[in-house]
Design a protein around this ligand. Sequence first.
Ligand code: NAP
Ligand code: 8YV
Length: 327
Amino acid sequence: MTKPEQLQTVAVLVPGHFHDHAVERIERTFKRVKIEQADPALVTDDMRRNVRAIASFAGINAGMMDALPNLELIASFGVGYDSVDVSHAAAKNIMVTNTPDVLTEEVADTTIGLLINTIRDLWRAETWLRDGSWVRKGNYPLSRLTLRGRKVGIFGMGRIGQAIARRLEAFDLPIAYHNRRQVEGLAYAYHPTLKGLAEAVDTLISVAPGGASTEKAVNAEILSALGPNGVFVNIGRGSTVDEPALAAALANGTIAAAGLDVFADEPNVPKALLDAPNTSLLPHVGSASEHTRRAMADLCVDNLVSWFTERRPLTPVPETVQVKARS
Ligand code: NAP
Ligand code: 8YV
């Protein structure tokens, strides 16, 4: 254990740009070590000898972990940690923490906004007002789609999925979901396959994590099962979608519209999705309010403090929960 007043001796590596409040707390509490990006080629001898933790937005790969023999903890900023090689971390006895719960309600709010924006064309209607079309051309055309009468399926009924479902209950819409395991005590209809869920609903919201088990899970077959009145919303990870298949489904009427906050190769968005008249696109802003990002920053740094003072993490990811602190 390190006494709180001795934390200044603990070197914490912070790659690239990081959240201002987190940086300020890390500087006040620990010895912050800067590196341009999480690239093992940039690791100096001094870092190799001294760095005991990383606090990062960015992905941390096996090479980066191997370059830092005294690394004990990766405090990842965000609930999704698909960009951290957690199996390598577990094998090397490195703890990984994330920032769950503190962003759940914010991300669920954003999802509902994106869903309505997509279905009721609100961003185009606002552009119509702002560019003078209302004055020159008259009323904005009626929206082709409505939320009324829809059946909603949630792919990834975890913390955020359940917060989205709670909101949708107030909209009087039936809700179903797909996870690998049924959630005990949850009254919504469970589908053991994503295809079964897509067949049963006309509105599919994906809030599943990234990673090998969900890679391109939303593909041509799933979109075809959703059908021509289908709306797809993705607030989870871009890697879960076959983007060329989605662009084709939007162009040929296989589904009606899509609302996307996340993309496979951020910040690059495929031109076919940008040009499609039936998409609503956001630049990964699910949790992006000052309030929620500050709460995420605090939890990220609280994990560092707890690890080095109490030798236990606050919010370890399941894959490294068994990792023990070195004495
Ligand atoms: P969570 O509580 O862990 O929920 C994830 C859910 O996905 C679980 O219910 C899990 O159930 C299910 N799942 C995982 N792998 C699956 C698979 N292969 N097939 C089917 N279902 C699967 O996580 P959360 O806090 O709700 O966050 C979910 C994700 O949202 C994050 O991982 C992140 O990628 C994304 N996110 C995005 C933003 C944004 O700004 N757009 C913000 C925050 C989070 P089973 O284990 O039973 O399958
Ligand atoms: C953040 C997210 O945009 O928490 C997540 O998984 O995707 C978002 O909240 C991201 O973590 C910022 O790095």
